[in-house]
Design a protein around this ligand. Structure first.
Ligand code: NAI
Length: 329
């Protein structure tokens, strides 16, 4: 079975070589899947895509005309795929629902600790023989109230770690997980979560309901100096609103692993180019903002699972069976 892999980086090629079934023939394309690059899939049976590939109605139509019968996502989120059109066209879509929630949870906690104890600044200071502590004052995470929006796999993995830190957990989700109660947490309205939390971390998917969940209004209802972390999807937050929140000191700390317009930036080395995104550049000017380029998932263990599960999804399609990871059969 021939598979065109889009947004393919060296680690994807290495991963599939090491962990995918050898009967699968991958052709790798560094570029994103868009209406301009879709022709690269010609001659293949399936495409394999990642978070910023465009799998909208127009691209799906073109894929269908090329004879593509399956879209294999090598990620959990699927907000970039038009599932309705895929179903209409008879294109199967499968994802990797849970490769390593702990990878994302641990990165989330890493961002919290780095921002709080200003490790990014301390690292540079010590390398400059500057051992002064002024400006590095942090706070104890122990005893703080953390609000988790979304308590699925990643939200729960984050809750377990925070429980170990001795935090109070306030959670909000459409579905309540029993484990939250065992961890001493409780489910509350979003309004209460915003009003009571010292740290707020987002772990719900991007849907029409959650787009710009964090906006001027919700920021206004948060505690002064709140720490906000988003390792989920960029469009959960209105970037202009968080800039205003930072300027007014309402937001005391901001950690982003995802960004609404990240498709034009992340996963590429742009260090020799001009970046035109003024909002992104403004975010980088704040001393209390930490941004990583969608790397929360990026551990050896997660990569191995992504490659193995994607391989299983493709093989299941080839043998007309199912893995249970299908979004469209
Ligand atoms: P999951 O499906 O296990 O959990 C998502 C939870 O959000 C569910 O419990 C669901 O009920 C809840 N939810 C849905 N709509 C909601 C709403 N309106 N308000 C509150 N809660 C709502 O997903 P998982 O594995 O925990 O992943 C969460 C998100 O993390 C993914 O959707 C993806 O966007 C993001 N992600 C980011 C990665 C990164 O590298 N930065 C890697 C993997 C996932």
């Amino acid at each position: 079975m021939k598979v065109a892999v889009f947004s393919a980086k060296k680690y994807d090629c290495d991963g599939f070589t090491q962990w995918a079934d050898s009967s699968l023939q991958f052709s790798y394309h560094d570029c994103r899947l868009t209406k301009s690059s879709v022709k690269l899939a010609a001659g293949c049976h399936a495409v394999c895509v990642f978070v910023n590939d465009e799998v909208n109605a127009e691209v799906l139509q073109q894929l269908s005309e090329l004879g593509i019968e399956m879209v294999a996502l090598r990620c959990a989120g699927f907000n970039n795929v038009d599932l309705t059109t895929a179903k209409t066209l008879g294109i199967r879509v499968a994802r990797v629902p849970a490769y390593s929630p702990e990878a994302v949870a641990e990165h989330t906690i890493g961002m919290m600790l780095c921002l709080n104890r200003k490790l990014h600044k301390a690292y540079n200071r010590v390398r400059d023989d500057n051992f002064a502590l002024d400006g590095l004052l942090g706070f104890n995470v122990f005893g703080k109230t953390v609000g988790l929006v979304g308590t699925g796999r990643i939200g729960l993995a984050t809750a377990r770690i925070l429980h170990g830190f001795g935090c109070q957990l306030l959670c909000h989700d459409l579905v309540q997980a029993e484990e939250i109660q065992r961890l001493g947490g409780r489910y509350v309205s979003l309004a209460e979560l915003y009003a009571q939390s010292d740290i707020i971390s987002l772990h719900c998917p991007l849907t029409p309901d959650t787009k710009h969940l964090i906006n001027h209004y919700s920021i206004g209802s948060m505690k002064d100096g709140v720490m906000l972390i988003n390792t989920s999807r960029g469009a959960l937050v209105d970037s202009k609103a968080i800039i205003d929140g930072l300027k007014s000191r309402k937001i005391g700390y901001l950690g982003l692993d995802v960004y609404e317009q990240e498709a034009d930036l992340f996963f590429e080395n742009l260090s020799e180019q001009m970046i035109d995104d003024e909002v992104f550049k403004r975010l980088l000017t704040f001393p209390n903002v930490l941004i990583t380029g969608h790397q929360a998932f990026f551990t050896r263990e997660a990569l191995q699972e992504i490659c193995q599960i994607t391989s299983d999804n493709l093989l299941a399609f080839a043998s007309n069976t199912e893995t249970g990871n299908e979004l469209v059969n």
